[in-house]
Design a protein around this ligand. Structure first.
Ligand SMILES: *Cc1c(COP(=O)(O)O)cnc(C)c1O
Length: 461
């Protein structure tokens, strides 16, 4: 490629010449002599990053072109043209924003694709499913948004009546697609979970309704989370340069996807697990102490967990694919509340991950600092990721923190830390004016079964 001056009187140069010259001798600016032309195939190749990364996992199950189309549809509804914009926060610290999907949290990244994968596979098999789930808030809305309007899926989500935040409830109950139903259970979140478990445990009912789930241990969700690590790593210089990631972690799904990318050869240097005070993973890394403790509520509720369900996938890897040993360790964990990880496996884990814990006051201080020093509004989850990233950043290795929720989802915390209440994006601004639809139900299994049968009417045998 040759470059010419906008003033027409300087000798054409190649790239190096333009780099070194800066301004042209005639006072003009260099521009390409001819503009690069990308053909349709080139554009398609650029657009298809998610599908190209995922396709080896999908294999023969879905043709590449179909997967590509599904990925395209999944991310078309995001509120940012970059889908997962990479925002520079400090000289060597970036935020990758995973919260521009319909529910403003990172679960949409995988869920939006999952709903479409379900629909496609069910179509091929000419069958249908009823997805049931219990939620205390965020996961339910991501699942509902992912399934709304899908042809072969009905979804019924149970939430505890009057025990979710209004934003969370409205994000679920204002989705009025005919295949979406919300049940407000007169009980707690635990009661909701017990009801869902009971539905699955009733084999005839399960078969009759073709029950299914989209919970966080679904591998497709992990696979769907790999591409954005690839995208940001490539953007920051990989595969010719190492990149590090910091991930605010709950169920270990997101950070496991990062680990998978590294396992596939992406040059990831440091992987940091960010936790709030519910820091079972940090305690494990610090001293091989994987012991259950009561969950304590925090400013980052999506990370308030007791057991990180995806950790088992890593454990299997640490135990060198020994399924029997993995089963034994998990069984003792359930029985005794403490996971007996062999020292050799624990040592390997500490070479793969770093742990970082930030309590609520620290989180508020980090939100304030990011706003003061970079003008950036990070929600409490993302702030933990950014603090974790800064803590482990090394010169010359870009550090990317995953920003997992939109600050407008946590207006109270944001106001405490910065004095500002971030507004909801325009497409959600009328959330409080939209009509709601849900049905209240007693915490009784027969009543819940009757509801599910009636609501998922398209599936009834
Ligand atoms: C789910 C969630 C997390 C935790 O992700 P895991 O994959 O469960 O580790 C972090 N932040 C937000 C906002 C979430 O919704």
């Amino acid at each position: 490629m040759r470059y010419i001056s906008t003033r027409g009187a300087a000798a054409p140069r190649n790239f190096t010449g333009v780099l070194l010259a800066g301004l042209a001798e005639d006072g003009g600016l260099f521009v390409p002599e001819t503009w690069l032309q990308f053909g349709a195939a080139d554009w398609r190749a650029l657009r298809g990053l998610a599908a190209r990364v995922m396709h080896p996992f999908v294999g023969d199950s879905i043709p590449f072109a179909t997967l590509q189309a599904l990925c395209g549809e999944a991310y078309a509804g995001f509120g940012h043209a970059a889908v997962v914009p990479l925002v520079q926060i400090e000289a060597n610290l970036w935020a990758q924003e995973l919260f521009h999907g319909p529910t403003l949290a990172f679960k949409d990244m995988a869920m939006q694709l999952l709903g479409r994968l379900f629909d496609h596979v069910l179509e091929v098999q000419d069958t249908r499913v009823t997805i049931v789930g219990a939620t205390s808030g965020d996961t339910g809305s991501a699942a509902i948004e992912a399934c709304a309007g899908r042809e072969r899926v009905d979804i019924v989500i149970l939430h505890p009546y009057n025990r979710t935040s209004e934003v969370q409830r409205r994000q679920m109950t204002t989705v009025l697609a005919p295949n979406v139903s919300n049940v407000a259970l007169e009980g707690t979140f635990d009661d909701c979970q017990d009801m869902v478990k009971a539905l699955f445990a009733d084999a005839p009912f399960r078969a009759e309704m073709q029950l299914s789930a989209v919970n966080s241990i679904n591998w497709a969700r992990v696979a769907a989370q790999i591409p954005y690590y690839v995208a940001s790593a490539l953007a920051l210089g990989a595969p010719d340069r190492e990149v590090s990631f910091a991930v605010p972690t709950g169920n270990f799904g997101n950070v496991l996807a990062a680990w998978a990318a590294r396992r596939m050869g992406l040059p990831i240097r440091t992987l940091v697990i960010g936790s709030n005070r519910n820091n079972i993973l940090s305690r494990f890394l610090a001293g091989n102490d994987m012991s259950m403790a009561p969950v304590e509520p925090s400013l980052s509720p999506s990370m308030d967990i007791q057991v990180s369900s995806n950790f088992e996938r890593l454990l299997f890897e640490l135990l060198e694919h020994d399924g029997a040993a993995t089963a034994a360790v998990m069984a003792r964990f359930r029985a005794e509340g403490r996971m007996p990880v062999p020292d050799a496996a624990w040592t390997r884990a500490t070479s793969l991950f770093r742990g970082f814990t930030l309590d609520d006051p620290g989180t508020l201080a980090e939100i304030a600092r990011l706003h003061r020093e970079s003008g950036y509004l990070a929600d409490p989850h993302s702030a933990i990721g950014l603090a974790a990233g800064r803590h482990f950043a090394e010169p010359g290795v870009p550090m990317v923190a995953m920003a997992t929720a939109h600050p407008a989802k946590f207006p109270d915390a944001m106001e405490r830390a910065t004095g500002l209440r971030p507004p909801l994006p325009p497409r959600l601004a009328d959330l409080y004016d939209r009509p709601e639809s849900f049905t209240v139900c007693a915490p009784d299994i027969a009543a819940v079964q009757a509801k599910v049968r009636a609501l998922a009417h398209r599936n009834a045998a």
